[in-house]
Design a protein around this ligand. Structure first.
Ligand code: NAD
Length: 256
């Protein structure tokens, strides 16, 4: 499939995990790809891998929560590739898992600024370019934690819930410019940055079994969904949230 031939995509947090799988998937389907990541070393490794696979790619190092970095990225992508068709707001950070009484305001502010302000800034500046390119697609990587909770996830859950509301608002505001905006909410995806309480550094058999699908998800599962949603095949999908969680969110728990 070459659904992204002639298209230009920015993937934030594209150096590792889900973002890296998305850069690979979009690149393998013909996209020119810009990785934006705070981690320059991991970014360089990903860039080398993509280029070795024949993907026309660049790396921009920066922090999604800093407007200057976001504007620099957008300018560099336009200088290099001439346009932006797809933006994937994937960069995100987790939470300490401390009880609310011990959570710091610094933690709250940092999680909100990376997970919510970052996507807002990227949408704002990339959409301006998309308008000139005749439209585009923005995919925001949220989380099932926007929809269901366990104790002590307040900053993260609030940031992802805000991202769902931001998705709705952007979808309505940008529709006249032929820009679709969609949220993707993964459940448990096996990455180094996967969001589990700190006491759970390893996934257990039970973790896999609590998914009706029988397993935790992979970054490639999410990348395949993002590629579909960002493609023209999904032209009638905007302003919604697509859950990808192996059925975990809808499973009832029976406690004996
Ligand atoms: P990860 O930690 O493996 O990768 C995140 C990437 O984002 C890293 O390359 C990191 O350097 C980059 N990044 C972090 N802060 C940044 C910043 N301020 N500016 C630019 N880049 C930054 O994480 P992941 O598991 O691949 O998660 C990706 C996204 O998916 C996140 O938004 C996360 O909240 C969401 N998500 C993950 C899971 C899961 O189980 N893994 C579940 C639901 C949602």
């Amino acid at each position: 499939m070459e659904r992204f031939k002639g298209k230009v995509a920015i993937v934030t947090g594209g150096a590792r995990g889900i973002g890296a799988a998305i850069t690979h998937r979009l690149g393998s389907e013909g996209a020119q790809v810009a990785i934006f990541d705070i981690d320059a070393e991991a970014g360089k490794r990903r860039l080398t891998e993509l280029r070795e696979r024949g993907v026309d790619a660049i790396l921009v190092q920066g922090d999604v929560s800093r407007e200057g970095d976001v504007k620099r990225c957008v300018s560099q992508v336009v200088e290099t590739f001439g346009k932006i068709n797809v933006l994937v707001n994937n960069a995100g950070i987790g939470f300490s898992g401390k009880p609310i009484f011990e959570q710091s305001l610094e933690e709250w502010n940092r999680v909100i600024s990376v997970n919510l302000t970052g996507p807002y800034l990227f949408a704002k500046h990339a959409a301006e370019v998309m308008v000139k390119s005749g439209g585009g697609v923005i995919v925001n990587i949220a989380s099932t934690r926007a929809l269901q909770s366990e104790p002590n996830t307040e900053p993260y859950s609030a940031s992802k819930g805000g991202l769902l509301a931001l998705t709705h608002s952007l979808a309505v505001s940008l529709a006249p410019y032929r820009i679709r905006v969609i949220a993707v909410s993964p459940g448990w995806i096996d990455t180094a940055g996967r969001v589990v309480p700190p006491h759970k550094s390893q996934l257990t058999t039970l973790d896999h079994e609590q998914h009706p699908a029988g397993r935790v998800g992979t970054p490639e599962d999410v990348a395949a969904l993002v590629a579909f949603l960002a493609s023209d095949e999904a032209g009638f999908i905007t302003g919604t949230n697509v859950i990808i969680d192996g059925g975990m969110t809808v499973k009832m728990l029976y406690l004996d």
